[in-house]
Design a protein around this ligand. Structure first.
Ligand SMILES: *Cc1c(COP(=O)(O)O)cnc(C)c1O
Length: 398
C-alpha cells in the first residue's frame, strides 16, 4: 500500500495528463480507414512498405515486421539457437520481456549491473559474468541512450558471443555514426503505443545476415514456406508446408498503416521531444533534490524516448512511489522505467536473485521517475509537469 501523499491546494491540472499518449495524425487515420476498406487487413502490401521504409530509415540490410519487440527478441534468440542451459547476459534495469524471452528458450538470464552514470549495462560487469555457457548478450539502450557498443562488441568477439540489441527505446539512436539497428547480429525495435514510433502493438527485427533474416521471416509466420502471407492473394494459391514449428509473430497491414506515417514524422517528433527534454533540463538540471540524465556520450544520438530523472529520496519526506501518487493527484501521469528485474517475484524465486545483488540498478530503481515526453504534448502541458514537480519538491522536501 502506498500511503497517499497530497501536497494540497489546487491541483496543477484539472484534466489528467496521460503518460505516453501517442501522437496520431490525420494521414494515419485515413491510411487505417483505407486499409479497412481494402478488405486486406492482415500481413500484406502495407506491411511490406513499412518494412522497406524502416529498412531505409535505419540503413539495415533486412527488416522483418512483427507484432511486438518481444517477438523480435524471442525470434532472434530462436534463430541463433539459444537453448536449454545456455546463459544470456542482460541488464536488470529493463522491461520484463528482455529477460522473459531468455527464459522462454529455457536459457538462464544472467544479469550484469548498470553503469551508475549512464544507467546502461556496464561492459565490465558483463565480462565478469561470462562463463563457458554464455551464448549471447542483450544490451538495452535505456530511455534511448545508446549503450557502449564498442566495449560490448569487444567482449562478444573475445568470448564468441552473439549480440541481440533491445532497441525498444532507441529507434532514432546513433552510436558513433552508426544507426542502432545496423551494428549487431540482431536488433529488435518496439512500436508499442508509448514508443517513439507506434503502431499500437508492433515491432521490427533488423539484421545484416541473409540466412538469419530468411529464417526469422519464416519462423515469424508459423514456419511455413516463404511468402506464405500471399497464400490468399490475387497472385493465386501456392501450396505451402511447415518447415519449422514457427510462431505467430507477423505484423498486420492494419497497424503497418500507422507505422508508415509514424516513420514519416519520426524526425519532427524527435525534435519536439528534444525541445521538451530541454525545457525539463533547464529547470531540473541544477535542482539539488534531483539527478537528471547524464549528458549523452560523444558521437552518439540519444533517441529521447523517456525523460527519466532520479529523486534524491534522502532529502524528501516521501518515497518515489508516493511521489508518483502525489503527481497523479496533481493531474499528471508518470512512469517507472524500471524496477530491476532481479527483484521481481519470478526472478527472485527461480534464480535466487535478491536485494543487494545489483546495487547500481537498485539505486536507480528506487529513485527513477519518467515524466511525460510524448510529441502529443504541448508546451503548456510540459510547463504543467514542471510546475507540479516543483510544487511537490518544495512541499515534501525535508
Ligand atoms: C516496451 C519494451 C519492450 C517490449 O516491447 P513490445 O513491443 O511491447 O514487445 C522490450 N524492452 C523494453 C526495454 C521496452 O521498453
Amino acid at each position: 500500500m502506498i500511503k497517499p501523499a497530497v501536497a494540497g491546494g489546487k491541483p496543477v491540472r484539472k484534466r489528467f495528463l496521460v503518460f505516453g499518449k501517442p501522437k496520431i495524425t490525420k494521414a494515419e487515420i485515413i491510411e487505417v480507414l483505407k486499409t479497412i476498406k481494402s478488405g486486406w487487413l492482415g500481413t500484406g502490401p502495407k506491411t511490406k512498405q513499412f518494412e522497406e521504409d524502416f529498412k531505409k530509415y535505419i540503413g539495415a540490410k533486412h527488416a522483418i515486421a512483427l507484432n511486438s519487440c518481444t517477438a523480435g527478441l524471442h525470434l532472434a534468440l530462436d534463430v541463433l539457437g539459444i537453448k536449454d542451459g545456455d546463459e544470456v547476459i542482460t541488464t536488470p534495469l529493463t522491461f520484463s520481456s528482455t529477460a522473459n524471452v531468455i527464459v522462454h528458450h529455457h536459457a538462464i538470464p544472467v544479469f550484469a549491473d548498470i553503469d551508475p552514470l549512464t544507467w546502461n549495462i556496464d561492459p565490465q560487469q558483463i565480462e565478469a559474468k561470462v562463463t563457458n555457457k554464455t551464448r549471447a548478450i542483450i544490451p538495452v539502450h535505456l530511455h534511448g541512450r545508446p549503450c557502449n557498443m564498442d566495449a560490448i562488441n569487444k567482449i562478444a568477439r573475445k568470448y564468441n558471443l552473439y549480440i541481440v540489441e533491445d532497441a525498444a527505446h532507441a529507434a532514432e539512436a546513433i552510436y558513433k555514426n552508426k544507426k542502432i539497428g545496423t551494428i549487431s547480429d540482431f536488433t529488435a525495435f518496439s512500436f508499442y503505443v508509448t514508443k517513439n514510433i507506434m503502431t499500437g502493438e508492433g515491432g521490427m527485427l533488423t539484421t545484416a545476415n541473409d540466412k538469419w533474416a530468411e529464417e526469422a521471416r519464416i519462423r515469424s509466420l508459423h514456419g511455413i514456406s516463404k511468402d506464405a502471407w500471399k497464400r490468399y492473394s490475387a497472385e493465386g494459391f501456392k501450396p505451402y508446408e511447415t518447415i519449422y514449428p514457427g510462431y505467430k509473430y507477423n505484423m498486420m497491414d492494419l497497424v503497418a498503416s500507422f507505422g508508415i506515417h509514424q516513420l514519416t514524422n519520426v524526425n519532427d517528433n524527435l525534435k519536439l521531444r528534444n525541445n521538451y527534454w530541454g525545457m525539463y533540463e533547464s529547470v531540473f538540471h541544477n535542482d539539488p533534490l534531483l539527478t537528471t540524465p547524464a549528458l549523452e556520450e560523444k558521437n552518439t544520438v540519444h533517441a529521447r524516448h523517456l525523460y527519466a530523472l532520479l529523486l534524491q529520496i534522502e532529502k524528501l519526506k516521501i518515497t518515489r512511489n508516493q511521489f508518483i501518487e502525489a503527481l497523479r493527484q496533481e493531474g499528471i501521469g508518470s512512469g517507472i522505467h524500471f524496477t530491476p528485474l532481479h527483484l521481481h517475484k519470478f526472478y527472485r524465486e527461480t534464480y535466487g536473485y535478491k536485494t543487494g545483488d545489483f546495487p547500481n540498478s537498485e539505486f536507480v530503481g528506487e529513485r527513477v521517475i519518467s515524466l511525460p515526453l510524448s510529441p502529443a504534448l504541448t508546451k503548456a502541458d510540459v510547463n504543467d509537469v514542471i510546475k507540479a514537480v516543483l510544487k511537490l519538491l518544495s512541499y515534501f522536501k525535508k
